[in-house]
Design a protein around this ligand. Structure first.
Ligand SMILES: CC(C)=CCC/C(C)=C/CC/C(C)=C/C=C/C(C)=C/C=C/C=C(C)/C=C/C=C(C)/C=C/C=C(C)/C=C/CC(C)(C)O
Ligand SMILES: C[S@@+](CC[C@H](N)C(=O)[O-])C[C@H]1O[C@@H](n2cnc3c(N)ncnc32)[C@H](O)[C@@H]1O
Length: 373
């Protein structure tokens, strides 16, 4: 054992060093694969490692299924391969290769001589927004083609930062915001239901959603809490889109729309609860803390700030935070995923009296921290 390990990294370092030495040894690997007691563990670990190695191929098979519309066709009814090949405009051999790959991933399943939707495919179609997320991942994967280069450049400057341009530049036009606003509105069902189940919005009178996009979160809360008055704050071109949408739905009377830049302009007052949904993680620490301070200043004493986003270190969803969003936000050019305890510490630093995490059913999409002024 290298003495430096014990000196600098203590007993745990020594244990990790010994464990890794054993796990990497070809003799131990051969033994573990042969022995009936350890073989299931060895197979599970090997499969998990293989999935890491092959993740990009799986994602591209998924992208092909979504882009071609195969899953939607199979959701209507089972199809034969030849029929599907024509519908998705791929030669029969290619369609069958795609279907076999999709079956291996649980997205479709063989049924007689044809194909039906698989259980993962059904869950995917049943959760609005996943297909849209998959469809925009080509931007992320283009930037991640050279992950080390991206890390060395400090992130941003690529395809994804072109979509989320507020991350790197100010001054937005209406068309600039259309693509990301539509993506956010489409994926809000992954988030809003979780948050509404975990927090009693009916305790409040007036809710302001800061960085609320086209207002999809506000509309979901309004549907559950009919007497709540609504306020929406976002960049002016986003607010213009939101207002048009609310007017077409007859919800505009209940809602105050405020266009502005939350990093420069004061936030509207008179609300007893403010929500930040998938906003805080977009910003680096200095700006994120400034935003929390601005919200604190706008709230009355006893007012509530609720932070809703996927968080780092969430039990059962650890990969989503630091692995997925860590690199997503790197490519986007600003922000980082934070754990609930990091967010709580920032809230206290911003002046809030208390900050607590609330459990949600699906931390892969939504975690929640509630702070009181
Ligand atoms: C019926 C029988 C026979 C058995 C029943 C057995 C049983 C109980 C089965 C359970 C079935 C079930 C309920 C399945 C549920 C599955 C669910 C809920 C799946 C949800 C999956 C969600 C996914 C994959 C979400 C993906 C979200 C992504 C990729 C989000 C990306 C968000 C981004 C990029 C946000 C960007 C915003 C920014 C810029 C960072 O601020
Ligand atoms: C990731 S989106 C989240 C949208 C929405 N809350 C949701 O979850 O669907 C971030 C939102 O913050 C808004 N935003 C970003 N920077 C802003 C700023 N400086 N001032 C006001 N809004 C901003 C964006 O326009 C966008 O609507």
């Amino acid at each position: 054992m290298n003495p430096a390990i014990l000196k600098y990294w203590g007993l745990r370092g020594r244990w990790i060093g010994w464990r890794n030495h054993v796990l990497a040894s070809p003799r131990f690997q051969r033994f573990a694969q042969r022995c009936w007691l350890t073989r299931p563990i060895a197979r599970r670990r090997a499969t998990a490692l293989f999935d890491l190695v092959a993740g990009f191929s799986y994602s591209q098979i998924l992208a092909a299924c979504v882009e071609s519309g195969v899953l939607r066709l199979l959701a209507e009814r089972p199809h034969a391969s030849a029929e599907l090949a024509v519908r998705i405009d791929v030669p029969l051999a290619g369609a069958e290769r795609l279907l076999r790959a999709a079956a291996a991933l649980g997205l479709v399943e063989p049924l007689g001589a044809g194909w039906a939707l698989g259980s993962a495919g059904a869950a995917l179609l049943g959760n609005g927004g996943i297909s849209e997320m998959i469809a925009h991942h080509h931007l992320l994967y283009a930037d991640l083609a050279d992950p080390l280069g991206l890390l060395r450049r400090g992130g941003g400057g690529g395809a994804l930062s072109g979509l989320w341009h507020y991350a790197e530049s100010a001054g937005q036009s209406g068309s600039d915001v259309a693509a990301y606003s539509a993506l956010m509105a489409a994926s809000q069902p992954l988030v809003a239901g979780q948050a509404i189940d975990a927090y009693r919005f009916d305790r409040h009178r007036r809710l302001l959603d800061v960085g609320g996009g086209e207002g999809a979160f506000l509309r979901a809360v309004a549907a559950r809490v009919p007497c709540l008055q609504l306020g929406l704050f976002d960049l002016p071109p986003v607010i213009a889109r939101a207002r048009a949408r609310f007017e077409s739905m007859g919800l505009a009377d209940r809602t105050t729309f405020v266009g502005g830049d939350f990093l420069r302009d004061p936030l509207p007052e008179g609300y007893d609860i403010v929500s930040l949904v998938r906003v805080l993680h977009d910003h680096d620490d200095t700006l994120a803390l400034a935003l929390l301070r601005a919200i604190h200043a706008a709230l009355p004493s006893g007012g509530v700030l609720i932070i809703i986003e996927p968080m780092a270190q969430a039990p059962g969803a650890v990969r989503v935070g630091d692995a997925y969003f860590g690199f997503y936000l790197l490519a986007m050019g600003s922000g980082r995923p934070r754990s609930a305890s990091e967010i709580r510490a920032m809230l206290i630093a911003a002046g809030f009296r208390s900050a607590r995490q609330r459990r949600t059913a699906m931390p892969i999409t939504t975690s929640l921290v509630v702070a009181i002024k």
